[in-house]
Design a protein around this ligand. Structure first.
Ligand code: ZN
Length: 184
């Protein structure tokens, strides 16, 4: 695989509905994949990206979220597990794989994630705000779940024709994300 050519997969691509497999060992090849995923995420102006979104069915995602303080939370997580959750909060989300659609999604407000980092070491991430939202959105991707699955039936219904058009490959390029809300 030429990792420089990682391409985004769009809604309708079956890999987005697969449950991704755990990574057995964090090898140099996995580190290459992670590097290429960060490149792809920045290129697409996302704040998070999961491996299935670039055609790799493994439990890896990257996030780079800027806090209000300007401080950045940048992580590559391998085999992530959500260990603790508290509270709930509604906020707008978009997805790089479902361009042009943004909607309010209810998520846990505070989360604690455990994972391996890009060197295979254990990492614990305590998150709130946008980072917590990004982590949950990406974890969903590893289980084949998309943010539109978490919308109310009415909201989902309203999006159906738009989604049906995407299902047949009209996604992407044309639908530049004009919204200021984050995509991951
Ligand atoms: Zn997404």
């Amino acid at each position: 695989m030429d990792k420089r050519s990682l391409k985004l997969r769009y809604y309708g691509d079956p890999i987005l509905r697969q449950k991704a497999a755990p990574v057995q060992t964090v090898t140099p090849e996995i580190r290459d994949v992670i590097g290429a995923m960060f490149d792809c995420m920045y290129r697409e102006r996302g704040i998070g990206l999961a491996a299935p979104q670039v055609g790799i069915a493994q439990r890896i995602f990257v996030v780079d979220v800027e806090k209000e303080s300007g401080e950045r939370s940048k992580y590559a997580l391998v085999n992530p597990v959500m260990k603790e959750t508290a509270g709930s909060i509604v906020g707008e989300e978009g997805c790089l794989s479902i361009p042009g659609i943004h909607a309010d999604v209810k998520r846990h407000a505070d989360v604690v994630f455990e994972a391996l980092d890009e060197h295979g070491g254990l990492v614990v991430v305590r998150a709130e705000g946008l980072l917590a939202r990004a982590l949950q959105h990406e974890l969903d991707h590893l289980d084949g779940v998309l943010f539109i699955d978490r919308l109310s039936p009415i909201r989902r219904k309203l999006l159906e024709s738009k989604l049906a058009r995407m299902q047949f490959g009209e996604a992407g390029k044309a639908a530049s994300t004009a919204s200021a809300s984050p995509s991951f």
